[in-house]
Design a protein around this ligand. Sequence first.
Ligand code: BV8
Length: 249
Amino acid sequence: MDNFSDIPGEIFDKLQAANQVVVLTGAGVSAESGVPTFRGSEGLWRNFKAEDLATLDAFIKDPSLVWEWYNMRRETIAPLNPNPGHLAIAEMEHLFPQFTLITQNVDGLHKLGGSTNPVEMHGNIWKTRCIAEGTVFENRDTPLKEIPPHCPDCGEMVRPHIVWFGESLDTIVLSCVFDAAKRADIFFVVGSSSIVQPAASLAHLAKSNDAMILEFNLEPTMDSDIVHSSVLGPSGETLPKFLESFKSH
Ligand code: BV8
């Protein structure tokens, strides 16, 4: 579906009547800002796959290599701006009685785009965490002053404050995102390949509680069989258009 007049009116009716709206975003929502997606062709670095470097084992084995990867990503992301897709999601916050934004992204672009309280379920690339004390720091140095960086309090090494593959998510974050999915009347999945767990289970949880699932992606995904409607195209274009059509409905 790529023409907004094709959107069935019942979707906008349901959206108008919605109490709890949830948006889950993945790397695709930041693609038009210039952030490389995980599984796109640009997802490689020095022939390493993200899944190989974003792990505790990789960090323990070679913290400097992992920090060089994050340093490169931070330098890539630092000059980038939110795109109209981020701005549309920020506007959605004010259109519904209850709204929750859950993001898998660590780039911080939702906050920069005006979203006031994104649930960053995989952490944030601008935060570090002391491996000794667990203290979390904001660190916006690009490039990093030293690799690996060290805790300003105790001098121990710090790690990215990011959830790596094989690591459990924060229990409070988990209960927050599962609760939002259970209560959702409408659940948007924007720019995600719906591969990574537990994020990919959220739309199914929402669906099992009678939510309408709407997918915004360049192409069909693993979740397309459970969605009510797929809006195909770049989310930086499709989300603003969808929102305009909804507001004039
Ligand atoms: C967990 C931070 C419990 C890192 C990320 C074996 C051992 C251990 C665990 C597992 C295992 N096998 C499977 C697992 C579970 C694993 C998992 O899901 N693996 C996958 C690969 C199968 N999950 C975990 O490990 C999670 N923890 O399960 O804990 C546990 C604990 C121990 C043992 C067992 C279980 C933790 C997962 C968190 C990983 N960290 N990020 C970093 O960034 O450095 S995930 C990473 O992938 C990013 O956050 C990214 O956002 C996310 C998901 O990917 P997508 O966002 O979907 O991005 P992708 O590139 O895939 O797709 C982009 C999409 O956008 C595409 O569909 C494309 O078409 C679309 N698109 C592109 N451009 C646009 C667009 N759409 C619209 N407009 C556009 N312009």
